[in-house]
Design a protein around this ligand. Structure first.
Ligand SMILES: Nc1ncnc2c1ncn2[C@@H]1O[C@H](COP(=O)(O)OP(=O)(O)OP(=O)(O)O)[C@@H](O)[C@H]1O
Ligand SMILES: [Mg+2]
Length: 335
């Protein structure tokens, strides 16, 4: 197989509070290949955003990379000078965040904001940049692009602003598109449209996509690979079908179980994961999910598991000491 486009190796991110250390990202390693769509899921606070902010050199104050490597096309982003990092961020990695209203400048027209990226990163003159910006607006499905170029962000709906953010992210033809909760604030229909748009753009431009969401349901029809994170660790990872139908980690199982289903009766309560989400300052010594896991074994409380293969499905890996299917069966026969 080809070299991965992105290789994360033993990444550990630290926060310091007084004399205490916390680890919102606690030793993760994974690969993302050219053309692959990876969905990264997990509850709030699992370290999804922090690990990409580290990649982009945008960690908030007080957070530092303690160790590890983030190789993009073979080069370590963490060892680059700020200018090099900025060039990669503009040209080769496009990013779409959740809230386009705060990412867009309220006093500049949409056309101006897209053009600016092209002038800055692609060194186009303003007239060519403007033409290209209009094409990009058409590409992301904004009707009447010529006129819309002169609009300001507040004149656009949330879904349209998110399309503009995608246009900006795609402006320089990135090899990797990162979307962090890009559709979370949108209503379901618009969310589906934006996902379709990204899927078709991905095919058209042959990009890799790193799709971050707390909603495992969104990933199902969209990504090839899913990666479940909890307490800054990777709990399970693999081809979507295998992870969904041959789930091996209790946390993944809980996320899937808490998804609303079409065949569910209205009065039937949704499964809620018991207990509190983890605190990066008080990480368990064993499996971070052990306390909330109805299938945990004694070993889960003692030792941190490492990723191991699941069955013979290529790329399916789990971090767990137990055999989930067997544990579910045991619990069922006991009650
Ligand atoms: N600005 C900050 N300063 C200090 N700690 C932070 C900051 N932002 C996040 N953290 C810590 O990092 C941990 C991981 O946060 P992160 O933003 O990566 O979670 P996430 O998985 O992206 O969650 P969400 O679904 O809410 O976006 C959080 O539990 C929090 O303790
Ligand atoms: Mg986040």
């Amino acid at each position: 197989m080809a070299e991965p486009l992105l290789q994360i190796r033993n990444l550990k991110i630290r926060i310091q509070r007084g004399n205490e250390y916390g680890y919102p990202v606690n030793d993760i390693s994974y690969d993302l290949f050219e053309n692959e769509t990876l969905g990264v899921v997990g509850e709030s606070g699992s370290g999804k955003s922090m690990h990409i902010l580290a990649m982009l050199g945008l960690l908030p104050r007080g957070l530092v990379v303690e160790s590890g490597e983030i190789l993009f096309a073979g080069r370590d982003l963490l060892k680059m000078k700020e200018k090099e990092q900025r060039d990669i961020r503009g040209n080769e990695i496009g990013v779409v965040f959740q809230d386009p209203m705060t990412s867009l400048n309220p006093v500049l027209t949409i056309g101006r904001q897209i053009s600016e990226v092209l002038v800055r990163h692609k060194r186009l003159d303003w007239a060519s940049a403007r033409n290209k910006a209009k094409e990009l607006l058409e590409l992301v499905g904004i009707p009447d692009a010529e006129r819309r170029m002169r609009s300001f962000p507040f004149q656009f709906s949330g879904g349209m602003r998110q399309r503009v953010m995608i246009a900006i992210a795609l402006a320089c033809g990135p090899r990797l598109l990162i979307a962090d909760e890009a559709t979370t604030a949108l209503d379901v229909t618009i969310q589906a449209q934006v996902i379709d748009l990204i899927r078709s753009l991905k095919d058209r431009f042959g990009m890799s996509v790193l799709w971050i969401t707390h909603d495992i349901g969104v990933v199902a029809g969209f990504a090839e690979t899913v990666q479940v994170m909890y307490a800054g660790q990777i709990m399970e990872r693999g081809p979507v079908r295998s992870v969904f139908y041959n789930t091996a980690n209790a946390y993944t199982w809980s996320l899937l179980k808490s998804l609303p289903r079409a065949d569910q009766l209205a009065e039937e309560a949704l499964y809620q994961i018991p207990g509190q989400p983890p605190n990066p300052f008080q990480l368990a010594k064993g499996d971070p999910f052990a306390e909330r896991n109805p299938f945990a074994t004694a070993r889960c409380f003692e030792e941190r598991p490492v990723l191991r293969p699941v069955g013979d499905v290529d790329g399916h890996q789990v971090s767990a000491w137990y055999d989930l299917k067997a544990r579910i069966e045991e619990t069922r026969t006991r009650t």
